[in-house]
Design a protein around this ligand. Structure first.
Ligand code: EPU
Length: 438
């Protein structure tokens, strides 16, 4: 399924249920490589990013069962082995997760081969922090035309690491490398997203000793051995925010089963400022349009506990319907406004600027990146032919098409299933008017 024809102008109403967070489960699956015994991960969504990691783990000898309905997954790493480079290479460009295989494979096998990485094109997305970290643990890294070969025949040793930016992936790299490295690792400048805290909880269940101190300092005392874990994955707060934005943009009312307040507080504050209504219940959060005008807001995306970059794209669609000027300053990725071109084609008034339109210190300020947006609303949206550019941008395009008057043909929709489970079914459950065309 790659093309859907959407008849817009109908509010999304009903219930969707979340499973575990894409940005946790894929890492939790990699963590299972470190255990001496099998692990069980609960609430694993059936999305293509999970499939990619599953196939890569299979290639390395991990036996996996996954019930897509319940989300129960078991991972047995008893027979971990080096995969054939040609097999690994077949997965080049499909995901960014393979970079996190480095530490666990170096521990288990003394060597690793990582294919060229993929993921959404929302910036340059270098992996320099990852390789710097691995070198500090004692890994030898060799770049090949097809990928990267790493070795650590004498094992990894603890290090004192200072990240130049609280990168989620680099923090995970440190955690997955340090838990069984010799000695005490101290990480400064760590990311502290809830998905990272959940990964730490998993590692603690496995036998790791990790403390999260104030000021982004994480200390990891290396242990000799880890065992398998049983863990229910943290809910997907990015998916929750996406449906919340969809409710607002389409004047709808969506109950998001499994969404929780604490991990979404920053989002909820902004949602309220825009005028969105929500009710927090034990089973989830109901998000709905107030019935009156939406208000403009100023947002600066940031690392946790700031406003997540992944929330920005779906919310921008709702902001095209707010009364006045909204400003979004993207400080995490340098190129995450490409998706607005399609919104402009549909009638939105959005200007993109190179300048920092905000007060937060930003790495992109003096450089030639389009990383600030001014959205002027309300502007009626009209149907158009659009192509999904990336995961969150793609979700936004579909929401824009649902909010617009008239017909839209949205192509490349399959990309959305990288991170949204049963996306098409959920649209159906919410009463969206669309047809699958190809
Ligand atoms: N960066 C570097 N060098 C590195 C690593 C990162 O310069 O070695 C830069 C990146 O280019 C970016 C910034 O640091 O500008 C932040 O990157 P980070 O490492 O924090 O992001 P990530 O681990 O690659 C994860 C999520 C993203 C999410 C970000 C921020 C996964 C698989 N991906 O990416 O999710 O936006 O953290 O929270 O966990 C998505 O779900 O659509 C998505 C893109």
């Amino acid at each position: 399924m790659s093309l859907i024809r959407i008849e817009g102008g109908k509010p999304l109403k009903g219930r969707v249920d979340l499973k575990g967070a894409k940005n946790l489960v894929t890492k939790a699956m990699v963590a299972a490589l470190l255990g001496e015994t099998p692990s069980t991960l609960l609430d694993v969504p059936h999305i293509s990013d999970v499939d990619v990691v599953e196939r890569l783990l299979n290639l390395h000898g991990v036996t996996i069962t996954h019930d897509p309905k319940t989300g129960d997954m078991t991972l047995d790493p008893s027979n971990v082995e080096q995969a054939r480079i040609v097999d690994i290479d077949a997965h080049a460009g499909s995901s960014r997760i393979p970079i996190l295989f480095c530490g666990p494979l170096l521990h288990r096998l003394g060597e690793a081969f990582i294919p060229g990485l993929g993921g959404c094109e929302i910036g340059d997305r270098p992996v320099d922090f990852h390789f710097d970290v691995l070198r500090q643990f004692g890994a030898v890294i060799e770049k090949l035309p097809t990928g990267t070969r790493l070795s650590a025949p004498d094992g990894l040793v603890a290090a004192k690491i200072n990240l130049p930016y609280p990168s989620v992936g680099a923090t995970e790299q440190v955690l997955l490398s340090a838990t069984t490295a010799k000695g005490l690792t101290e990480l400064r400048g760590a990311a502290i997203e809830p998905e990272i805290i959940d990964l730490i909880a998993i590692l603690q269940k496995m036998g790791a000793i990790i403390s999260v101190d104030t000021d982004r300092v994480i200390r990891i005392e290396g242990v000799k051995q880890l065992k398998g874990y049983t863990h229910k994955a943290l809910f997907d707060r990015n998916e929750a925010a996406s449906w919340a934005a969809a409710a607002l943009a389409t004047k709808g009312d969506i109950f998001v089963g499994g969404a929780k307040q604490i991990e979404m507080m920053t989002f909820l504050n902004t949602y309220r400022k825009v005028g969105g209504e929500f009710e927090i219940e034990p089973a989830g959060i109901r998000f709905y349009h107030p019935g009156s005008e939406l208000q403009p807001v100023v947002i600066e995306t940031d690392v946790h506990p700031g406003f997540m970059t992944d929330w920005q794209q779906p919310l921008v669609v709702a902001l095209t319907q707010a009364q006045g000027l909204s400003i979004v300053h993207e400080t995490v990725y340098e190129n995450r406004f490409g998706f607005t071109e399609a919104l402009v084609k549909m009638g939105a008034q959005i200007q993109i600027y190179r300048e920092c339109l905000g007060g937060n210190p930003c790495r992109f300020g003096q450089r030639n990146f389009n990383h600030s947006a001014v959205i002027s609303g309300p502007t009626p949206l009209r149907g158009a032919d659009i192509r999904v550019p990336d995961l969150r941008g793609g979700f936004s395009h579909v929401v824009a098409a649902l909010a617009a008057e008239g017909t839209s043909n949205v192509s490349n929709v399959q990309l959305i299933s990288r991170g949204y489970e049963r996306f098409i079914d959920k649209l159906q459950d919410l009463g969206a008017d669309f047809q699958i065309e190809g």
